[in-house]
Write a protein that binds this ligand. Structure first.
Ligand code: SF4
Length: 489
């Protein structure tokens, strides 16, 4: 099958074109304080040297939005005038109005731009006019877990609600004749993310709209899990020809995201796929729990083997078979996720059989379970939803995540959110069972589901109190004596 990409309008972001046949653009986001010009510029340069083409920064208030002018000026002075800056705006349209003066692109979140439709009509058209006057592009960025009350009441926190929220703002752009728009509908749950993007594309097609797409899996986490989740979500869509710019959100240094993003783009073009179904539907529920198989002898009689990249046909339960002949473990985990993840995202396969003779058998087996977890086909360990950090982050994410994981990694029945701030964290940890959220400098708030149970705990005590909270709600299990044993449920 030949790789073809969806045709989109070109959007000019400073000197960089997104969509309209341009290569898939790679981007990352600063996690410095946006008011710290020096640190922000240094980090932006590290992102660019790694291959990043756009740099986004959080702009919590008008002060941060205004400081983007100083970051811009310093980047220009150091020879990085071609690198567009993107301001990330939540909650305050006035911040977006300031940011558009200094940045090449402004991201707004329809979930918190305004609460009523009248308010949107008062503010958004004027914002578009100002963007047009300054040559600033925008991103309409909807996230699972941060829809407006109005959308939640009507649709719940669903793909339909995310698409409706996006389309409402898009129709205003159409009416106002403003076409410098990129769209994103992101989620931490890869299935929700993939199905929402597909639905959005169909909704746009129905109205003859061709805006470019920014893809990302939010709060993907760190290390192998973050990479697998990102490759499954982003790679599945890119392989279908959807996506014009991507951000891999890892709870690591921002520049570490870029090589991963570059590989996902390259691998997706190598493994083109037809568009998947609109709704998730397990083809063969009668096959039982989705399985990982170490070799062909474990395949039950009557099941079919489908080579990765080939379509599944007929009614028999299907095992996807993928072979990897190199020894590069990072490439192995990304390539496997792009080549096989879509079968499990779509509900098309009942088993995974990976042959990788140059990778340790135990690593291959563990990876199989991790991949099923990333596609939500089978949960076998604690699911962590951790934010990629930004200028709002209130603690060191890498060390905190490591501490939380050390205490809870055996709780395979739970999803735990570790989020850097109270502003967006509680909403964006989506369906986490428990949440560890930065409340202030050195203080943490703990959540059970969406409810804040303990506020402003000193950071040094927070992991212990999280464990106590999980025990209080009856969700604690004692760790097994052999932590290497893979638990499945
Ligand atoms: S949850 Fe807060 S700290 Fe984390 S990336 Fe989102 S806004 Fe930044």
């Amino acid at each position: 099958m030949e790789y073809t990409r969806r045709t989109t309008n070109p959007v000019q972001v400073g000197r960089l074109q997104i969509g309209g046949g341009a290569p898939v653009r790679l981007q990352s986001m600063l996690n410095t304080s946006t008011n710290d010009t020096g640190a922000s510029v240094e980090q932006a340069i590290r992102i660019v040297r790694a291959g990043g083409e756009l740099v986004r920064a959080t702009t919590q208030g008008v002060k941060e939005a205004a400081n983007m002018a100083l970051i811009r000026r310093e980047l220009d002075r150091r020879g990085y005038e071609a690198v567009p800056l993107v301001a990330d705006v939540h909650f305050n349209p006035k911040v977006a109005d300031e940011a558009l003066l200094h940045c090449e692109k402004v991201r707004i979140n329809p979930g918190n731009y305004a609460q009523t439709y009248d308010e949107i009509e008062q503010k958004f058209p004027a914002f578009l006019q100002a963007c047009r006057a300054h040559g600033t592009a925008i991103r309409i960025g909807v996230n699972h877990g941060s829809l407006s009350r109005r959308m939640l009441d009507r649709y719940g926190d669903t793909p339909e609600g995310m698409v409706a929220s996006c389309m409402e703002f898009l129709r205003i752009c159409q009416r106002e004749g403003f076409d410098q728009v990129v769209l994103s509908v992101k989620a931490s749950n890869t299935r929700v993310m993939v199905y929402t993007v597909r639905q959005l594309v169909r909704a746009m097609e129905a109205e003859d709209m061709h805006y470019p797409l920014h893809l990302g899996v939010t709060e993907a986490g760190a290390g192998e899990d973050g990479r697998i989740k990102s490759a499954v979500g982003i790679g599945t869509l890119l392989a279908e020809g959807l996506g014009d710019t991507i951000r891999v959100s890892l709870s690591e240094a921002p520049e570490a995201e870029i090589p991963v993003a570059r590989r996902i783009v390259a691998l997706s073009a190598k493994t083109p796929a037809p568009a998947g179904p609109l709704e998730y539907r397990r083809r063969c529920p009668a096959a039982g729990q989705v399985r990982v198989m170490a070799d062909g002898s474990e395949i039950p009689a009557g099941w079919q083997v489908v080579e990765a990249g080939q379509p599944v046909a007929g009614d028999a339960p299907a095992v996807v078979h993928w072979r990897y002949d190199n020894a590069d473990f990072e490439e192995f985990i990304l390539e496997g996720a792009v080549a096989t993840g879509r079968y499990f995202i779509n509900g098309d396969a009942d088993g995974l059989w990976i042959e990788a003779p140059k990778i340790a058998p135990e690593s291959v087996r563990r990876y199989g379970y991790d991949l099923l977890q990333a596609t939500r086909a089978r949960m076998s360990k604690t699911e962590y939803i951790s934010c990629p950090t930004c200028g709002r982050t209130l603690f060191d994410m890498e060390t905190t995540l490591a501490r939380v994981k050390a205490a809870t990694a055996h709780l395979s029945h739970l999803k735990i959110g570790v989020m850097g701030c109270i502003v967006n964290g509680p909403g964006e940890m989506a369906d986490a069972d428990y949440g560890y959220v930065g409340a202030g400098r050195g203080t943490i708030s703990l959540y059970q589901g969406k409810t804040c149970i303990e506020k402003n705990i000193p950071e040094a005590e927070a992991v212990g109190r999280l464990i106590a909270l999980i025990k209080q709600y009856g969700d604690w299990r004692e760790p097994l004596s052999n932590p290497e044993t893979i638990q499945t449920n």
